[in-house]
Design a protein around this ligand. Sequence first.
Ligand SMILES: [Cu+2]
Length: 502
Amino acid sequence: MSTRRTFLGRAFGACSALFAARGLSAQMQMQMPMPPATPKPQPPNSEPLHTVPLHGHALPPKSVPTPVVTTDVGDLAYTMEGSTKVFHLTAEVLRQKIHPDKTIDLWGFNGTAPGPTIQVTQGDHVRVIFENHLPEPCSLHWHGFEDMIGNDGMPGISQEPVKPGGRFVYEFDIHQSGTYFYHSHMAMQEMTGMLGGFIMHPRAPYQPHCDKDFLLHLQEYAVLPNNTVPNTMNMEYNWLLLNGKAGPASTPLIVCQGDRVRIRFVNLGMDHHPMHIHGYTFQVTGTEGGRIPQTAWWPGTTVLVGVAQARDIEITADRVGDWMLHCHLPHHMMNQMSSNVGRMTRTPGQPAGVDMNTGMGMLQGTPGAPSGDDYGTSLGRGMGFGSDADMATTNGPLSQQKGMSGMAGMAGMDMASDIAANANSVPGFPQDVYMEGPSMAMDQRVEKPENYGLRAGWSGYMMGMMTFLRVLPADKYQDVMARMKQAQRPNDPYASLLQKIS
Ligand SMILES: [Cu+2]
């Protein structure tokens, strides 16, 4: 049973030690409930194992792994039927706002893409009732599962494809532990958002204990201007997402100073992503194959998360700050970054089914290139639809008149003070001055409790596959978490942590 005393003990965990160590003012101490002394994390098996559902009423004691928070996505709820955890997972078409200025059509699960995270514990018996509400067949592959072939989800190989309106029941005895995922095994469907996390918590928790545990899906979409449907055949991406949101719409990871933090990256896309964190050296503690023995952990500040891979990293968050956490590919730190323009698909007379070089515009020049006059509208990496020569670009000397007329939306902005007097005579100008900074700031439009207290104008420098690890001192952590709790958002991804906030 959870008593108030043990509740407070868990609620203040690592933060309580900081209160004591830093000697907060008497006023602050009066405002905050006084936490009891914090017990050190116990070694595995030092107390009886519990099978309390992670989303049940009782808080899990510390010997039970910390629930994973999938920001902007959340978890898939389950019911118990006898000793079986039963999940209902429905593939469906949805619209998702990935950025204040961009809403796109995706295929996902239960209203979100990526789909909600499934969390189970080693030893669980799990049933996933899958329903297909898509207009075409689908089946689900369980990535990394050591299970029977009948559960592998290979359409036409291990099972009949699940037709529109159909269902299929997957049933697992969970004997592994680690970061896994589910996805459609039809390649184009994968690129429309049909994936989700599947966390297998170990029966005996990993050591050292992590106070916070996050999952970040790395995704990319190619959505042509004025379009809402990702072009799943394209190989050049202009929207780079973390958990279905592009910066600055992505939600920061909120932790308290002193927390040990695990971050799990999952990449099910077309590009590899070197994920970098500021201010910390992490240890890589897990892959898509499960936990790495501690003797084989390796340190880094950037971890390359290749396609179809997972990487778990851990840090002790002892330095306060709003630390960037991002893919380090420069073009993945941008929004709407693409050379592709023009219409696509279903245009009468548009060539289709051409070979890779021609269809994707990779190697050949005009004539024959997708952007060449002889092909008309098509897909490709050329300089743009309809062009038979290089188009004038802004990446060159720009007269002030030309620059300003092309940027009417920026009228009234005091950009001049950011630009050197001789800027227009400098080769290479401009680079970022019109793409980052005040002209891109939208703090109010992405306002949410997790962003409370960020430096004004922060959102002008946050795009694509970027977010923060916000390491907050105990008082600010309590403040931000209280604001998150007050927001009372349905199905809040942070719910498992907000239960602990008074
Ligand atoms: Cu990347």
